[in-house]
Design a protein around this ligand. Structure first.
Ligand SMILES: [Zn+2]
Length: 201
């Protein structure tokens, strides 16, 4: 289960979707099933990153070409995780993704969450040997993973500030300097968000 210090905001689930002849045609379905976020690191694609999100073949298509268009083998992934993962695979069986200490875990598998935590600053911290292997291979120590997590938290906090403003308004007299300051902060940061969202659309 995902919680406040989970690596991702939500555990992705693959629906049953109609088969396609090219894996690129699954892009919209995948994006929906992965809640607009990288299956591996949880970074979202809602801003400028959308154009550079990739479709990862969990078991690499170079080694397992029969799985190229198998929806159950596809992962919506940021380019940082996808490129770091590349064609790496432990062993020679597509249905055995790890040996307990090396290899990968399907991001749609519930156990994925158990291999990682976030520290209070948002840094991804592996739990156990297999988690450490995946974190190193996918370069989870990149600063962007920490900063994008902080940005998501900041947006949640801003929503809390908006509720606070309404509560303060109900109690305070008009022209309260604190309320005006908070309102300026909310509208400025929302303007930045709007710009980034429009740039990515
Ligand atoms: Zn990623």
């Amino acid at each position: 289960m995902a919680d406040g210090l989970s690596i991702r905001a939500r555990v992705p689930t693959r629906r049953k979707v109609p088969p396609q002849t090219r894996y690129g045609l699954y892009r919209d379905d995948l994006r929906q099933d992965f809640a607009n976020a990288c299956g591996y690191c949880g970074d979202d694609d809602l801003r400028v990153d959308r154009i550079t999100f990739h479709i990862d073949h969990f078991a690499p298509r170079k080694i397992f070409p029969a799985l190229e268009c198998d929806y159950g083998n596809l992962v919506y992934a940021c380019r940082f995780c996808n490129m770091a993962k590349s064609d790496h695979w432990v062993g020679s069986d597509a249905s055995v993704p790890n040996d307990g200490t090396r290899g990968f875990v399907d991001p749609c598998c519930d156990q994925y969450e158990a291999h990682f935590r976030r520290d209070p600053s948002g840094r991804i911290v592996p739990v156990g040997e297999l988690g450490a292997y995946i974190a190193k291979r996918l370069r989870f120590n990149l600063l962007r993973h920490e900063l994008l997590w902080q940005a998501r938290r900041a947006r949640v906090l801003r929503d809390e500030v908006k509720v606070l403003i309404e509560t303060m308004k109900a109690r305070a007299v008009k022209g309260d300097a604190y309320i005006e300051l908070l309102e300026r902060y909310v509208s400025l940061t929302e303007a930045i968000d709007d710009y980034e969202l429009r740039a990515a659309a």
